[in-house]
Design a protein around this ligand. Structure first.
Ligand SMILES: Cc1cc2nc3c(=O)[nH]c(=O)nc-3n(C[C@H](O)[C@H](O)[C@H](O)COP(=O)(O)OP(=O)(O)OC[C@H]3O[C@@H](n4cnc5c(N)ncnc54)[C@H](O)[C@@H]3O)c2cc1C
Length: 263
């Protein structure tokens, strides 16, 4: 078997190897998972690249390097509480010690722990190409375009985006989630993001608009029933149940925000 692993010593070296066909290896909890969607014969580990193992705060933003694990992010005083709420959706400490935040964003699974929260707060990624050039992209744009071979050097989240809440629905802590709901409220404006198994993560403009003007539970449930996304009926529940759950969850979140004086 011709499988190879190279430990990159710089982000640029990693990007060059990826452009030549190698897959980035961070924590490996997705890439090396039995039944993973992607398998790479050549891999370039980005875990030992200097500078990518840090969390920094700059100009109201928190920058999370590509080698930072869930556990390190949870223990960092710089990582905002709203993101820690989503990071703690990964229940296994063993997995949290290996899996990286950037790897989770890169994988962008339809049951992602972080995607809904990242979309709700309009997070960004810093990408690097093989020439060493960096550019920033919203996570929404990253998810839409998935620029091939580009290294996510950092995941960038706002330190204080406003009031944020995220909730994950799964049969058990260790099971895959069928719905994650995240709401960000800032200066009267709401952004609601959902991550639905079988669909993926998306921002709902309809729900966001209704939440911005303080819509009640009935309207939010009705709007959830009308969402265009093809939400599946599966072993986790019916389509109608998941739509209802999304609407009710957002209504409860809005009540919590009101109780906290956030609107
Ligand atoms: C039992 C089990 C259950 C799981 N359940 C869930 C779940 O419910 N929700 C969920 O979201 N995940 C789940 N995962 C997957 C995984 O644990 C997480 O998504 C994790 O955050 C991935 O991070 P990693 O560092 O291990 O990534 P890796 O496995 O190293 O990489 C994941 C993918 O991202 C790419 N990549 C990694 N880092 C970068 C980077 N910096 N730039 C560009 N590309 C990069 C890799 O090439 C690969 O394609 C599960 C895994 C296991 C084993």
């Amino acid at each position: 078997m011709d499988e190879r692993l190279v430990m990159a010593s710089s982000a640029r070296e990693a990007a060059v190897l990826a452009a030549g066909g190698a897959g980035y290896l961070a924590g490996g909890t997705e890439l090396m998972r039995l039944g993973a969607a992607r398998h790479c014969r050549k891999m370039v580990s980005i875990r030992r690249i200097e500078g990518l193992g840090k969390v920094e705060e700059r100009d109201g933003e928190v920058l999370i390097g590509a080698a930072v694990t869930f556990q390190e992010a949870l223990q960092s005083q710089l990582v905002p509480a709203y993101l820690k709420e989503a990071l703690s959706f990964m229940g296994s400490r063993t997995k949290r010690n290996m899996a990286t935040v950037a790897g989770n964003v890169a994988a962008w699974r339809d049951d992602s722990y972080l995607a809904a929260t990242m979309l709700a707060v309009a997070a960004e990624v810093e990408l690097m190409n093989e020439a060493g050039a960096t550019r920033r992209l919203s996570v929404a744009e990253w998810a839409r375009t998935r620029p091939e071979h580009r290294l996510i050097g950092r995941v960038i989240v706002p330190a204080e985006p406003g009031w944020v809440s995220s909730k994950r629905y799964a049969n058990t802590m260790e099971s895959l989630s069928y719905l994650v709901v995240s709401l960000c409220l800032s200066q009267g404006e709401a952004r609601a993001a959902l991550c639905v198994k079988g669909v993926g993560a998306f921002v709902s403009p309809e729900l966001s608009e209704a939440l911005s003007r303080g819509a009640g539970e009935d309207e939010l449930v009705e709007l959830s029933y009308g969402l265009d996304e093809a939400i599946p009926t599966d072993m986790y529940g019916s389509e109608r149940y998941k739509r209802y759950l999304a609407g009710v969850t957002l209504a409860r979140m809005l009540e919590d925000a009101e109780r906290d004086g956030a609107r």
